[in-house]
Design a protein around this ligand. Sequence first.
Ligand SMILES: Nc1ncnc2c1ncn2[C@@H]1O[C@H](COP(=O)(O)OP(=O)(O)OP(=O)(O)O)[C@@H](O)[C@H]1O
Length: 298
Amino acid sequence: MTTPNGPAEPGGTTVAAPLLDVSGLVVEYRRDRESFRAVDDVSFSVPRGGCVAVVGESGSGKSTIARALVRLVKPSAGSMVFDGTDLATLPERRLRPLRHRIQMVFQDPYGSLDPHLTAEQVVAEPMAVRGQRDASKRRARAAALLDQVGLPSSALQRKPHEFSGGQRQRIGIARALASDPDLLVLDEATSALDVSVQAQVLQILADLRAEHGLTYLFISHNLGVVQAISDEVVVLRKGRVVERGTTQQVLSEPAEPYTRRLRRSALEPALMHGRKPREVVRAVAAARSAERTGAVTA
Ligand SMILES: Nc1ncnc2c1ncn2[C@@H]1O[C@H](COP(=O)(O)OP(=O)(O)OP(=O)(O)O)[C@@H](O)[C@H]1O
């Protein structure tokens, strides 16, 4: 028997269906007239309100999974069931009403913000697209969202080039929230930021998740950052999942040599459980700096 939330277990308890269930996903690109599998039989699921990280070296297929989810590329096999609907095979016209529910936040906020619009207009735009005709309501909500990501009201009339990288990323997050998404796909969303700013943005993301019950798919090559934000980790290598589990388990006792290598490059001293995002990110920075200067870290 199933319920709207998922199958009922014997004894009457309900197992909540994941918000996103990716199964046997294959994405191929054409290269030199041949087909190349960038994502090869990948399966994982993201619980409602959870944060699952996809980690792996450059070229392992992380962004391709994100692109497939918003159908910038079409999978050649497998399913991506989002809240009961398989996005992999859905015709475009049926996909359209779902699009606002999955929002991407990219690495380079500058490239994705219209330079001619003010911060307020950038954040208000998705509301107009979704049919909010009342400009004063759009403006009020944009101001509230920018406030939630820690930008002052004096920021409302400024244009993207007048902001720092971290502030621009906050605007990108506020804009994503303006669509009322269920799932945020964060593709290296903090990678371009310096460490203390990265910590602030991670803290904002953690707070927003707690407050709004948002669900995150967090794509990153940085295990320190992943440890700060995610509950579960999927480790990708050459398009295939090599390991998965809770963040604590995978990062503290990686089963695969590949994951151990990734972990070493993220610097083990920084892997300290139970710490707040900003503490972990600072520890990563301190360890990196110590490594550069040859100092020994505890
Ligand atoms: N449009 C494309 N056409 C052909 N090959 C592509 C295309 N986009 C990505 N690839 C290849 O697919 C593989 C996976 O790329 P992808 O960008 O998903 O990796 P990634 O793990 O996100 O890497 P990075 O961390 O460097 O962004 C790589 O070998 C890449 O060169």
